[in-house]
Design a protein around this ligand. Structure first.
Ligand code: SF4
Length: 403
């Protein structure tokens, strides 16, 4: 049985959020199935799998969203966080071939690429003036070991000290350990010394080895994902964690996934943000995938907020779900929409149409339109600055004759 967490203020949270939470939850007359869940949430007791199933199966989606929103507002009010970042995917060459992945290429493919350190730096320099984070994940290159990334991260840190490096998924860390014949913990320590700031958390998919055997055979096991993040936190590297849903998993497997992440965070407190995103099917090899509908995306965001009482931030990842659903996600428990991004391949090759040309002002307007207050954050959620977008021309109605 997990302990009831003490209300320790975490990154960006109101200090008295537990008091606010009890008050928020008392204000509403929740329906009978949700009342016992609201009572648990009011004392920040962790929800169990049965509670999660009630939330997933509750017929009134809006009530589940309202419950998640009550928790989100107690912790953060109407603040919604974003950052200024760019995604650089350093190589698409990968020794694995996960069936949900539209990004990877074999080394001989015509459009296979692997950026040298020089090419990466050249690319980064185009964006460096406008960002404070570079997010880099990629394929498992058959020839790159830890030394390659030590060189790269040193160059980034030396030439752009204002940029935080959020890079590499757990399976990339495992691959580097195998290539360089060292432990994953040593990989993490060496990369931390070279300038790595945090891990983005991708690659969790569903932490169930039966599901993984079908959708990403050969990737790290569920336990390895957890262990590598445990080691990252021990090495002083905070991380995000993710969930890819809408492939072949059951609701129970989604919930167990969240419970596994919550358990690790009770131990390490190193997870900053949870990012649930649906499978996008273009150019993938998973015809049996269920695919998630828009309402299922919103419900999963809401359930994530309610299940993960010790992971402060829940992201509505607009690179995957698009701007419109991300805006709605901010009403369903999410408090973050990721960043300006500007350049991204992995989600777009799988079918995302999320715009890549948003500057801070556009993102802030999107957040304002969702009824929230834009707050720019740094990579590790330790620095926050309210951001007011420049005024836009008032929208005018068109004369009837032109409609
Ligand atoms: S998801 Fe990652 S590990 Fe799997 S094939 Fe794609 S690039 Fe390779």
């Amino acid at each position: 049985m997990e302990a009831v967490l003490q209300p320790t203020p975490l990154a960006g949270e109101h200090e008295d959020w537990l008091h606010r939470l009890s008050a928020n939850l008392m204000e509403t007359d929740w329906s009978a199935p949700l009342r016992p869940i609201a009572d648990k949430l009011a004392i920040n007791a962790p929800l169990n799998l049965a509670d999660g199933l009630v939330l997933f199966n509750h017929p009134d989606l809006h009530e589940v969203g309202a419950l998640a929103n009550a928790v989100r507002e107690a912790r953060f009010g109407r603040q919604a966080f974003f950052n200024s970042n760019v995604h650089i995917n350093q190589t698409n060459i990968c020794v694995l071939a996960c069936r949900f992945c539209a990004f990877r290429r074999g080394p001989k493919a015509g459009d296979a690429y692997a950026m040298s350190v020089e090419e990466y730096m050249e690319d980064l320099s185009k964006y460096a003036h406008a960002i404070d984070e570079v997010h880099s994940v990629g394929g498992l290159h058959p020839e790159w070991g830890v030394e390659h990334y030590e060189d790269l991260f040193r160059r980034v840190s030396n030439e752009h000290p204002h940029i935080s490096i959020k890079a590499l998924t757990a399976v990339e860390i495992k691959h580097l350990g195998q290539r360089s014949s060292i432990s994953t913990y040593e990989v993490l320590q060496r990369l931390s010394r070279s300038g790595l700031t945090s891990l983005p958390g991708g690659g969790a998919e569903i932490l169930d080895d039966d599901v993984r055997a079908v959708i990403c055979n050969g990737k790290e096991s569920s336990q390895e994902y957890i262990q590598i993040h445990r080691e990252a936190h021990k090495a002083g590297l905070p991380s995000n964690c993710t969930m890819l849903f809408g492939t072949i998993e059951t609701l129970e497997q989604r919930l167990q996934h969240m419970i596994s992440l919550r358990s690790l965070n009770n131990e390490t407190r190193g997870f900053q943000c949870f990012v649930p995103y649906p499978f996008l099917p273009d150019d993938t090899r998973l015809p049996q995938a269920q695919l998630a509908t828009g309402t299922e995306v919103l419900r999963t965001i809401a359930v994530s907020r309610l299940m993960l009482n010790n992971i402060p931030h829940i992201k509505a990842y607009r690179m995957n779900i698009g701007d419109h659903l991300a805006e709605l996600g901010l009403q369903y428990g999410a408090d973050d929409i990721d960043g300006t991004v500007q350049k991204e391949s992995i989600m777009h090759l799988a079918g995302s149409t999320a715009p890549l040309n948003h500057d801070r002002a556009k993102l802030a307007r999107l957040i304002n339109d969702a009824g929230c207050t834009p707050v720019q954050r740094n990579t590790t959620y330790t620095a926050f600055e309210p951001y007011t977008p420049p005024p836009v021309q008032e929208r005018r109605s068109l004369p009837m004759a032109t409609l």
